[in-house]
Design a protein around this ligand. Sequence first.
Ligand SMILES: C[S@@+](CC[C@H](N)C(=O)[O-])C[C@H]1O[C@@H](n2cnc3c(N)ncnc32)[C@H](O)[C@@H]1O
Length: 268
Amino acid sequence: MEEIGVPAGVDPTVPSVARMYDYYLGGKDNFAADRAAADKIIEILPNVGDIARENRAFLVRTVTHLAGLGVRQFLDIGAGLPTRRNVHEVAQEAAPGSRVVYVDNDPIVLAHARAILAENADVIALDADMRDPAALLAHPGIRAHLDFSRPVAILMLGVLHFVPDDAEASAIAGTFRAALTPGGYLVVSHGSLGELTEEQEKEGRSVIGRTSVPGATSRTPAQVLSFFDGLDVLDPGVVPLQDWRPEDRAPFHEPGQAGAVGGVGRMP
Ligand SMILES: C[S@@+](CC[C@H](N)C(=O)[O-])C[C@H]1O[C@@H](n2cnc3c(N)ncnc32)[C@H](O)[C@@H]1O
């Protein structure tokens, strides 16, 4: 069957992690190849949908918290397809006029983001690759929209696990940290699945190997904490997402279940 609404230059037969994530969240912006790959991941990790929903809830709580602390500029790297309660909606609800830049390297993410942002002058969406962080930070569109001499919150939610090499992931996080002025923040969430069986690892690698990203890896909370080197990590530290200032909210999955961890660091 031919896919409807495929922009030029997009091969709908190559699964995209952005559209697979949309499918985990119950969205409709995905193609047959995305759903088939996502269904394989669901077989290996049946709670991946819960992890995705926890991640979005973490995004809402962290952005609300930072807006409450006075942050008015957000750079969302690996922003993903628009869904319920996007960063600009959460930030602008708390503080009208907050400025947001969405960055992704998936052309469908950009097409959808631009369509919903046409009316909002304080929000833009740009094509850039987090694996070249210096070029991303130098992007004229970002420099024109955000003032890096004032606090910016850099969000890296559910993206660094798509950089399997530890030294590269660490260098990427380090370059973004170095862009922060005092009072700026880094927010990271990351897959932290605990022990996987050899079979899970093998099957996971084979599915991800056919997608738009070069690979994916789970990291321990201590490894994720190292992405905040030199920053003051806000309480409660790098913890399972459902434990980060949970308020009176029932978690999507049980304590102790494999999932993702995250935290927020402030440039002193
Ligand atoms: C799992 S989604 C996370 C979306 C959103 N940040 C969230 O937490 O809900 C990962 C996103 O990262 C994007 N991504 C992966 N590798 C990237 C890269 N090298 N540069 C920019 N974006 C990337 C994908 O296209 C996808 O939209």
